[in-house]
Design a protein around this ligand. Structure first.
Ligand code: PAJ
Length: 280
């Protein structure tokens, strides 16, 4: 496995693959890797000749009062996991490599970037779409792998790929959970044992909605009420958003659209913001 820290090295590696007619899959990450990230890597490994994983804690997607400075950075452990997973390239540029002084160009997907996480975290998705565009230009993968865990991010990035005609196929992988049902996240390591227990209410809420929908309830308002009845079981969990939306536009749905409905929740457990979702 090669660890590349400059854009020039990454471009050279891509060029050599192309000369050998090898395809490349990219898994963008911010590191602090867990089994969720590794499931994306395994899917890429199965579908591409070569796999690149980027590790870059992207400052432009963090708000001024968010956790950029304390975001977990576990580079050596990440590389060990990626080596084990059969990854060919780790692209780990510095902040200055990605954003040289004076960098002032952004990619913004209007509308959809302002919903769900975009509504709570102004500017977040502009940072995501900018860095992912840059990664596409640098790594030039045939396939890129994202997790359904970040459902709003998937909607925004799919829209960007379509609108800007990026020559890359987006593959979305299912949410990986811990045994207790909590969706894996790099931020779970912020949780105290008590907060971790409280956080399980998010999964229980989504399961309740799934059950009610399976029983034939289609009204979003009725389903949200059923979900809220579960959420209040943990009064210390502060809901940020809880919505039933179209998975492509992230616009609220009055009624569940069988097979094409996203139920998404975000909440603060202590100071940690967690998200989870289910497609019904
Ligand atoms: P990060 O939070 O590190 O996540 C990297 C990828 O792993 C994302 O596509 C995310 O959806 C996926 N992922 C995280 N937890 C998962 C889980 N439990 N199951 C399945 N997939 C999971 O998302 C980002 O980084 C950044 O915004 C990035 C796209 C890298 C741009 O900076």
């Amino acid at each position: 496995m090669q660890i590349l820290t400059t854009i020039a090295e990454m471009r050279q590696a891509r060029l050599e693959l192309r000369l050998r007619r090898r395809t490349l899959g990219l898994v963008p990450t911010m590191g602090a890797l867990h089994a969720g990230h590794l499931s994306l890597v395994a899917t890429a490994r199965a579908g591409c000749d070569a796999v690149a994983v980027s590790i870059f804690v992207n400052p432009t997607q963090f708000g001024p009062n968010e956790d950029f400075a304390r975001y977990p950075r576990t580079f050596d452990a990440d590389c060990a996991l990626l080596e084990e997973a059969g990854v060919d390239f780790v692209f780990a540029p510095s902040t200055a490599e990605m954003y040289p002084p004076g960098a002032s160009t952004y990619v913004a997907v209007e509308g959809v970037s302002d919903r769900l996480d975009g509504a709570s975290r102004p500017g977040h998705f502009r940072g995501v779409t900018t860095v992912v565009s840059k990664l596409f230009n640098i790594v030039a993968p045939e396939w890129v792998y994202f997790g359904q865990k970040d459902a709003a991010q998937v909607a925004v990035l799919r829209r960007m790929v379509r609108d800007l005609n990026f020559d890359v196929e987006v593959v979305v992988c299912p949410i990986v959970r811990d045994d207790d049902g909590l969706a894996m996240s790099s931020r779970n390591r912020y949780l105290t044992p008590e907060e971790r227990r409280q956080a399980l209410v998010l999964r229980r809420t989504l399961c309740r909605i799934e059950e009610e929908a399976a029983a034939g309830i289609t009204s979003s308002a009725v389903l949200i009420d059923a979900g809220r009845a579960v959420l209040v079981e943990e009064p210390k969990v502060r809901v940020d958003y809880f919505a039933i939306v179209d998975p492509e536009t992230l616009v609220d749905l009055e009624n569940v659209n069988a097979g094409n409905t996203l139920v998404a929740v975000a909440a603060f457990v202590g100071n940690t913001r967690l998200i989870d979702n289910v497609l019904i």
